[in-house]
Ligand binder design. Structure first.
Ligand code: SIN
Length: 487
């Protein structure tokens, strides 16, 4: 197991403001730990409101020049950054595994996933088209141009510390904005390594800024500071609601990619092996810590036993361990608190009559680990039906009819991702249209990529990331009415 990156100058532990690596004004730091071992990896500058205000000012100054660069120049900067991500793939993946826990193969997948967003938006920078509109009066002409919003704040989570940041910074920069980022305190190293690579790519000082530390202070400065014109956040629904409300004080645009409670429905006409494979991806990716992870697995009664049997076999093949070890498929959860939450959900379900089957060959290394678990005999009154699990636990609910399962699948305030397996074309259309979700996987367990719009409805948020729609969230529409044409 390689303990550190080959290029150790990728390990940055200060804030990145106006192109400089700086300590917190207080000189304070906080520890970043490896959840697989409990080892402290390094200590990172613990910034607060003052450093954030400084970063916002730097971003504002830099934006005055950045917005004047041509689309082709921004394309070139972003592509250089993208190429460096590929060049340093192994190191970026190792840092990610060390601080977050996911298996190295998944970490590499995440780095490439993030780089794909950068390449996509580098290209999209060249396609920010305006419009001409038929004239409303004979001596006027109407046009629409699209312009950058200004300074964008990006607050990102620990479950995808590389890709979520790339997916926000890339469209922001492509559109001509500058950014102030607050990566999760659990996983700042992946983020700071991206800032280091942006610096090496020659992205000008102040265009990307990054602060970690006292989250409430940083959040308050971001949401109250009038210079910040947009806030994009990926994280929990309660925090998203607070950030949206706080941002209303200065009428910022917001994009919120929040929690989910994804149904995964297997109809009796499904290809069962394909459904099990799809579920393994959508449930156990990142040890169940994604907001698009299947949360409630609904299986039609006629195939319930056969499905559960095949799923048991697939889950028994998962290997729990340190993400750096060859063959590991399930790493630790991000911290013990997260693991305790998952254990509490299992305990509550069991106390109400669920049957729990855990799969782990060896003793778990520490309290951050949760063994992959299948829950049967579950019912809709259990917490696990209503709450995002964020762990490697698969509760299997039984259903009888299409109408019944659609009603239960939609019985949640969340609406991010949903999945179903069926080979009946009529049912495929009916169910796709009836599910109240922003993304639906049909006979597919992996739905995220840079070309597809990512985002939810209801309390799962607003806005879309990636795809041809993703840049609109970072642009203002300006209408130009030109008069005096006839004179
Ligand atoms: C997330 O969990 O927030 C993102 C998952 C994805 O991009 O697939």
């Amino acid at each position: 197991m390689r303990p550190t990156p080959k290029d150790d100058s990728l390990i940055r532990n200060q804030a990145y403001i106006d192109g400089q690596w700086v300590d917190a004004l207080s000189g304070e730091t906080f520890a970043v730990t490896n959840p697989a071992t409990g080892d402290v990896l390094t200590n990172v500058s613990r910034c607060g409101a003052k450093e954030t205000a400084h970063a916002i000012k730097a971003a504002d100054t830099a934006q005055q020049l950045w917005k004047k660069t041509s689309a082709k120049e921004r394309f070139a900067y972003l592509m250089k950054w993208h190429d460096l991500m590929h060049e340093h793939l192994e190191d970026l993946a190792l840092l990610l595994t060390l601080e977050q826990g996911k298996p190295l193969a998944e970490a590499k997948g995440e780095v490439l996933y993030g780089a794909n967003y950068v390449r996509w938006f580098a290209e999209e920078a060249k396609r920010v088209y305006g419009d001409t509109i038929p004239n409303a009066t004979s001596d006027t002409r109407l046009l629409v141009i699209k312009q950058p919003i200004g300074v964008v704040a990006c607050i990102t989570p620990w479950n995808f510390p590389n890709a979520m940041l790339a997916r926000k910074i890339a469209p922001a920069l492509a559109a001509g904005n500058t950014v102030v980022c607050k990566p999760a305190n659990e996983t700042p190293l992946s983020a700071l390594a991206l800032a280091e690579l942006a610096d090496r790519a020659g992205i000008p000082a102040g265009v990307i800024n990054m602060v970690n530390g006292i989250t409430p202070e940083i959040g308050e400065e971001i949401t109250s500071n009038p210079i910040v014109r947009k806030l994009t956040f990926t994280g929990s629904t309660p925090i998203g609601k607070k950030l949206t409300a706080d941002s209303a004080r200065t009428m910022k645009r917001t994009s919120m990619e929040l929690g989910g409670n994804a149904p995964f429905i297997v109809f009796d006409d499904a290809d069962l092996d394909a459904a099990v494979s799809g579920l393994m991806i959508s449930k156990f990716r990142n040890a169940g810590q994604t907001c698009v992870c299947s949360n409630r697995i609904f299986v039609q009664s006629g195939i319930y036993d056969a499905f559960v049997e095949r799923l048991n076999k697939a889950v028994s093949e998962l290997v729990v361990g340190d993400g750096r070890s060859e063959g590991t498929s399930i790493g630790p959860l991000v911290h013990e608190r997260a693991a305790n939450n998952v254990r509490a959900l299992i305990e509550e379900a069991v106390s109400k009559g669920a049957t729990s089957k855990s799969f782990a060959i060896d003793e778990l290394p520490n309290a951050c680990f949760v063994a992959p678990t299948i829950l049967t005999d579950v019912s809709d009154d259990m917490r696990i039906f209503h709450e995002e699990i964020f762990g490697p636990v698969a509760p299997i609910f039984k259903f009888d009819t299409e109408n019944d399962v659609i009603k239960r699948a939609n019985d949640t305030p969340f609406g991010l991702a949903a999945y179903f397996y069926s080979r009946d074309i009529g049912r495929v259309w009916r169910v796709s249209e009836a599910l109240e979700y922003g993304m639906v996987g049909i006979n597919a367990g992996a739905i995220s990529n840079e070309m597809a719009p990512f985002g939810g409805v209801k309390e799962s948020g607003q806005g879309r990331e990636g795809s041809k729609y993703g840049l609109d969230d970072y642009l203002e529409i300006k209408s130009l009415c030109m008069g005096g044409i006839d004179t």
